[in-house]
Design a protein around this ligand. Structure first.
Ligand code: IPM
Ligand code: MN
Length: 370
């Protein structure tokens, strides 16, 4: 059996609490001989700043590069509001994305039937929802230069962020979206703001060309990103794969998360290109929910997104789709039993802690493997 090297980066806030539930699952998989994972743990975000005055150390980045996959909890919190911009917790995550060239961020939004009533939208709008947001992750306004605040000397300042995309960046993310669509319902919706942004114009042009040259069999549709956001809450089931830039993807994926009942439900995978020689690709898996400092340390966090993020690692890095399916099934079963963390509670449900939720899900996985 192949040994897979995982780097666990629990991070800040609820990160360590939800990561503990993944660790519980990994330990069980190892003990049962179902898989062989070797784990190392490192610091990223505010906890790294506290220890080393940087959001991530070179040593941890080296560990990340050497790992077969990185499993990350969350970074950030008000505690680090005063720290300098370039060492703020988020900088650690952004460096990992950039240094490992994790350009493709996959954010599936699936509404479990049992949770349709937890969404802020009506049941019939979200029930059975299954869409995938493909967010470009290493370009755009997140990394574009110049990025600065200049003092104009007259009591005024000027802040600049730069939205920039080159053809190859749009081509490669478009291909990821089209390839995924082929394995799903064969439809891609590309979102940009070509009506105001030059980068939107190029985005539209390149996606259209890649489609015409390589993916004619896939249905392609273009929506302006603002109207796309509206459509996401109006009729989300019209979407299969949505492909969009870094900033729009950040916003639209938070919206999509809420469709599923709670931000605590949405996992993500950040993938690099497949290495032609080794067939391997860098990959980082993290929940979309962030560090939730308001509930950190209280055992209230929902571990589902963290567990399904690990499920995505099984699927996309280790070719263990069946095992990932059984995690999904176990979660659905637990939700059907009315076992819920506070964020997804509904009438008659049993509200449990992070640990109890993790244990309940593991118990269901064990049943499925008995
Ligand atoms: C996300 C987060 C990050 C982002 C932050 C923490 C830098 O919101 O992964 O969606 O903006 O990309
Ligand atoms: Mn975000």
């Amino acid at each position: 059996m192949t040994t897979h090297k995982l780097l666990l980066l629990p991070g800040d806030g609820i990160g360590p609490e939800v990561m503990a539930e993944v660790k519980r699952l990994i330990d069980w998989l190892n003990a049962q001989g179902i898989a062989k994972f070797e784990t190392e743990t490192g610091l990223v975000g505010g906890c790294s700043y506290d220890a080393d005055k940087v959001a991530i150390t070179d040593k941890t980045v080296a560990l990340a590069k050497a790992a077969d996959a990185i499993i990350l909890g969350a970074v950030g919190g008000p505690k680090w509001d005063p720290v300098p911009f370039d060492v703020r917790p988020e900088a650690g995550l952004l460096r990992l994305r950039k240094d490992l060239e994790l350009f493709a961020n996959l954010r599936p939004a699936i509404c479990y039937p049992a949770l349709a009533d937890s969404s802020s939208l009506k049941r019939e709008i979200v029930e059975g929802l299954d869409l995938m947001i493909v967010r470009e992750l290493t370009g755009g306004v997140y990394f574009g230069e110049p990025k600065e605040i200049t003092d104009l000397g007259n009591g005024q300042k000027r802040a600049v962020d730069t939205q920039v995309y080159e053809t190859y960046e749009i081509e490669r993310i478009a291909r990821v979206a089209f390839e995924l669509a082929r394995k799903r319902r064969n439809k891609v919706t590309s979102m940009e703001k070509r009506n105001v942004m030059k980068s939107g114009l190029l985005w539209n042009e390149v996606v259209t060309r890649v489609h015409a040259n390589e993916y004619k069999d896939v249905e392609l549709e273009h929506q302006l990103a603002d109207s796309g956001g509206m459509q996401l809450v109006r009729r989300p089931k019209q979407f299969d794969v949505i492909v969009t830039d870094n900033l729009f993807g950040d916003v639209l994926s938070d919206i999509a998360a809420m469709l599923t009942g709670s931000l605590g439900m949405l996992p993500s995978a950040s993938l690099g290109a497949v290495d032609a020689k080794t067939g391997k690709r860098s990959a980082l898996y993290e929940p979309v929910h962030g560090s939730a400092p308001d509930i950190a340390g209280k055992g209230l966090a929902n571990p589902v997104a963290m567990l399904t993020s690990f499920g995505m690692a099984l699927r996309y890095s280790f070719d263990m789709g069946k095992l990932a399916d059984s995690i999904d099934k176990a979660i659905a079963n637990v939700l059907d039993q009315g076992i819920r963390t506070g964020d997804i509670k509904s009438e008659g449900s049993k509200v449990v802690s992070t640990t109890q939720m993790g244990e309940a899900i593991l118990k269901e996985i064990q049943k499925l493997h008995a």
